[in-house]
Design a protein around this ligand. Structure first.
Ligand SMILES: Nc1nc2c([nH]c(=O)n2[C@H]2C[C@H](O)[C@@H](COP(=O)(O)OP(=O)(O)OP(=O)(O)O)O2)c(=O)[nH]1
Length: 141
């Protein structure tokens, strides 16, 4: 069984988190996710995530903490290991280079988008820890 490690960023800003809609040209078209991507040879999960966010959204992030990884299989013989990290923004000029759109979700609308199945346990974890995570992922002025 092949396991593919994929990192993703839960980006907090002003008490909300960023969700991104996968475009028609991506796998799982139309599903919502936390932006990120597959780990490439030799890089750490954190290096991968900083690179992916720059490539997909053209912003810089600061990684704050790891959440619980999720393993999920969409196709027989292939498991995705989704490795989430919370993060804050270090630059703010978004360009959607791959996704169809982005939205900022607050505590009460976390489940208002059609999440990719692998993301659901992560969204539950965020909801459970919401107040603490918002506090821990505030930029220091
Ligand atoms: N980035 C990301 N991928 C997710 C999430 N949830 C989820 O099931 N996936 C799946 C979708 C894809 O099958 C896989 C990640 O692939 P990707 O297409 O984002 O990775 P990548 O940018 O490195 O793309 P590529 O090498 O295939 O071009 O993981 C998520 O929250 N973020």
């Amino acid at each position: 069984m092949k396991t593919i490690p994929v990192t993703c960023a839960i980006i907090f800003h002003r008490g909300k988190v960023l969700a991104a809609k996968r475009s028609e040209s991506m796998d799982l078209p139309g599903k919502w996710e936390f932006p990120g991507g597959k780990i490439e040879g030799g890089e750490s999960p954190e290096e991968c995530l900083i690179r992916e966010i720059q490539e997909e959204l053209a912003v810089r992030i600061k990684i704050i903490q790891a959440l619980s990884p999720v393993e999920f299989s969409y196709t027989p013989g292939k498991i995705i290991r989704l490795i989430p990290f919370t993060a804050t923004l270090e630059s703010f000029d978004f360009h959607l280079l791959e996704h169809e759109k982005i939205v900022w979700l607050g505590e009460n609308d976390l489940f208002s988008v059609d999440w990719a199945a692998a993301d659901l346990p992560i969204v539950h974890e965020i909801q459970q820890k919401w107040v603490k995570l918002v506090e821990q992922n505030k930029p220091i002025d």
